[in-house]
Write a new protein. Structure first.
Length: 440
């Protein structure tokens, strides 16, 4: 008699909770062979523990607003949260865990804890408030994360981004999902909690989120794959038996993993600098600020009223250079130079004060470094010279950093060069020259 194949398991019933709280217009219910993902609003009467798993976004239970004091100019945070709703969902999630279910926390914003006083005002924060589990925020969102768990690679390659990271005791059963700058940013904690770092898809006109289905499908595919895999793994009590050579191999793997982590962290730190070739607007300003601070070691002060402007400070905290940062799909234009000049004046600085215009050119038009390396027009160089402004493309800034790291130019020489030159600082892989000045 031919044996009958075992019956196929029922699809997992998964709830995506309150996507509208993150301004995401949810798609219709997603149905696949091994799961059904339905979308429910924040005020749904459905209970979390009536599902096999939940997807919930960080911060849906709290509202945070940063307000600037009219008189003192200080910025403070206004915070409120849905206390009753949060406590109800905490109970439901605990019941879900007791029945063997899981939750996927989508980490999409910084943790606002205010010295611990707000450490449990959101569902994600509540369940990640464990002893010996410390969470920290990156200074800026890290758009490139390194996948550790292969099931999440399709999702993280497209939507992965990290705003926070974790330092967690080895006494917890943790399986890394992703790292950024050598830090743990995504993980499976125990057998019930999955934490995934992500940048959310944008919603257009408040009516639709074009990439919502792609986002949820890629995320749920990964989550279900690891949940199914975990169910088939050897339980911890059985895996406690170790062969001698197995233990040696585990120790060696740990050493190699640590070394690989350090190497990847070093590579990630260099790759982060390169975002100044791609970004525009505030993200470009933050990326340039990171290059100047972390790359060259200068102190930088952002000017609140003029979001595109920065001041470079000397060791005594006094500004020695004013910097304007801009992105464009074309090249450097006359109006860019004029705007740098007027912003310097609005910042209360004289026309003699050293000013640097950092331009990310050909943002969407460049498909190679050769196309990115478009020269600044001579008339704009002359115009900048007359207004005591030094132009640098972001590619020039990266090349100058490379020369600095190789010891070709010192930090003091960089400071002198930026604060005493006007025109265009053109940098190649091997040298630099100030146009229309003498070659170096």
């Amino acid at each position: 008699m031919t044996a009958q194949p075992p019956p196929e398991a029922e699809p997992l019933r998964i709830m995506a909770f309150a996507p509208e709280m993150k301004r995401i217009v949810a798609p219709k219910t997603l149905r696949k062979r091994n799961y059904e993902l339905s979308f429910h609003k924040f005020d749904t009467t459905e209970r979390l523990d009536h599902y096999d798993g939940i997807i919930v976004f960080q911060g849906v239970f709290e509202e945070i607003e940063f307000v600037r004091d009219r008189w003192m100019g200080n910025e403070h945070m206004k915070h409120r949260y849905a206390k009753n709703e949060l406590h109800r969902r905490i109970k439901e999630l605990n019941l879900l865990f007791e029945s063997g279910g899981f939750v996927c926390f989508v980490l999409c914003e910084p943790f606002y804890d205010e010295n611990g006083g707000l450490s449990e005002t959101d569902l994600v924060k509540y369940f990640l408030s464990l002893s010996d589990l410390h969470r920290y925020n990156f200074q800026n969102r890290v758009p490139q994360v390194r996948t550790v768990l292969s099931e999440f690679k399709p999702f993280l390659d497209v939507f992965g981004a990290a705003t926070s990271y974790f330092d967690i005791s080895s006494r917890y059963a943790v399986k890394p999902i992703a790292r950024a700058q050598g830090k743990l940013v995504g993980m499976i904690l125990g057998r019930h909690m999955i934490c995934v770092p992500a940048q959310l898809p944008d919603t257009t006109d408040g009516t639709k989120t074009p990439r919502a289905q792609e986002f949820f499908e890629a995320l749920t595919d990964a989550v279900v794959a690891v949940v199914k895999k975990q169910a088939a793994e050897i339980p911890e009590w059985a895996d406690a038996f170790k062969f001698e050579k197995e233990q040696t191999a585990i120790t060696r793997r740990g050493s190699l993993t640590q070394e690989l982590s350090e190497v990847n962290a070093e590579i990630d730190s260099f790759r982060t600098f390169k975002w100044i070739l791609l970004y525009a607007d505030n993200e470009l300003v933050d990326a340039v600020k990171d290059v100047i601070e972390r790359g060259f070691g200068f102190k930088v002060e952002a000017i609140d009223e003029l979001k595109e402007d920065l001041k470079l400070l000397d060791p005594a905290g006094k500004p020695f250079l004013f910097a304007e940062v801009k992105g464009t799909n074309a090249g450097v234009k006359r109006e860019h130079v004029n705007q740098a000049d007027s912003h310097r004046e609005r910042a209360g600085l004289p026309s003699t004060f050293p000013s640097l215009l950092i331009m990310n050119t050909a943002i969407k038009n460049a498909r190679s470094l050769a196309e990115k390396d478009e020269a600044v027009a001579s008339e704009q160089v002359e115009h900048a010279k007359r207004h005591n402004i030094l132009i640098m493309r972001t590619l020039d800034l990266l090349r100058l950093l490379s020369l600095h790291q190789r010891g070709v130019v010192t930090k003091d020489e960089v400071r002198r060069l930026l604060s005493t030159s006007a025109g265009w600082l053109k940098v190649t892989d091997d040298a630099y020259e100030v146009l229309p000045e003498e070659k170096r």
